[in-house]
Design a protein around this ligand. Structure first.
Ligand code: HSE
Length: 329
């Protein structure tokens, strides 16, 4: 029998930055600079087959989007949701990558988030947001080797998110200040396969209590800054003494980028997620271009080409066809 489309759903999910200094695996911020599009189509046949097609990643030529189900974040999400909801329709997952792959911009999370909300809508499941986040996190296993919820929460919900996983998953979303502007510098370096997993393996297993105290106070400043809509307070808290020192050597030009950005008017600079992108936090866009040039210069001084982007927080993932188009006649 010829396969035919019965129904299709199109979802978009934004890029994100995780950690935001002291909030390793806890803080995330949706960023409107890039987004992934996932088109999920249900076929008429029912043999539990999931086909992945990926196009794009036009921002970067070195990293490929895996089309094998087990290595693709959207594929893992769709597989898990199909199993859990007993859905045996053959599914076609078409991913159009807008988020650069492998640069700490929440690329795997964006595809996973879009896949989760597309699946939910396609099958009218009305899954609540925390559960959607949980499904989307399934996709992070493809790139990080484990589930982590910071990027997917930010991608699904948008805004600033705080993740708590123990004793159960809780995600709190806070609307960011309107004057928050982000400048992102992406170094055009070849990142190793499984970069996030490798960058996680570099981290210390034990840290001194004094470092925990510093980190807790910085993280509290970040949270308070988001609640009070105070960009300067957020920026004062963006100082990480545990994770960032363990990863900074992975980023050629790290010191220069940071120094240049701060001198050019950035209020805080940190590694975006597991890197290698660097992200600056600014109040208003006045110095944004200046900061972007300064960050690019920092990479340049280390003989690394880069691309810079100015971003605002994103409102989160969205569906473009709220009424699923059913072609079944
Ligand atoms: N919290 C994760 C990490 C984010 O730092 O490994 C990965 O983007």
């Amino acid at each position: 029998m010829e396969k035919s489309d019965l129904s299709t759903c199109v979802a978009y999910a934004p890029s994100s930055t995780a950690n935001i200094g002291p909030g390793y695996d806890v803080f995330g911020l949706g960023l409107d600079v890039f987004e992934d599009k996932v088109t999920l189509s249900r076929m008429s046949t029912r043999s539990n087959r999931i086909t992945i097609r990926a196009t794009g990643d036009t921002n970067n030529s070195s990293n490929m989007v895996p089309s094998k189900l087990e290595s693709n974040s959207a594929g893992l999400v769709i597989k898990k949701m199909s199993n859990d909801f007993g859905i045996d329709y053959d599914l076609d997952v078409s991913i159009s990558k807008g988020v650069p792959v492998g640069f700490g911009m929440g690329s795997s999370a964006a595809s996973a988030a879009a896949a989760a909300i597309a699946f939910d809508r396609l099958f009218d499941l009305e899954i609540d947001k925390p559960k959607l986040v949980e499904y989307a996190a399934e996709g992070e296993i493809a790139s990080a080797g484990v589930k982590h919820y910071d990027n997917v929460s930010a991608s699904v919900l948008g805004g600033f998110v705080i993740v708590r996983t123990n004793p159960k998953l809780e995600v709190i979303r806070i609307e960011p200040p309107e004057d928050l502007v982000l400048v992102i510098a992406i170094p055009l370096i070849r990142v190793p396969e499984g970069k996030t997993e490798k960058a996680r393996n570099l981290l210390p297993h034990k840290v001194p209590l004094s470092d925990v105290v510093v980190t807790l106070s910085n993280a509290s400043m970040v949270v308070a800054g988001f609640i009070l809509k105070d960009v300067e307070m957020i920026a004062r808290g963006i100082h990480d003494i545990i994770v960032e020192p363990a990863r900074r050597d992975l980023i050629p030009g790290y010191i220069g980028v940071k120094k240049n950005a701060l001198e050019a008017g950035s209020l805080a600079v940190t590694i975006s997620g597991a890197g290698p992108s660097m992200i600056s936090f600014l109040k208003t866009a006045k110095y944004a271009k200046h900061v972007a040039n300064a960050m690019a210069m920092g990479f340049n001084e280390a003989n690394v080409k880069s691309r810079t982007y100015i971003s605002r927080p994103s409102p989160g993932a969205r569906i473009t066809n709220p009424k699923v188009s059913k072609n079944e006649k």
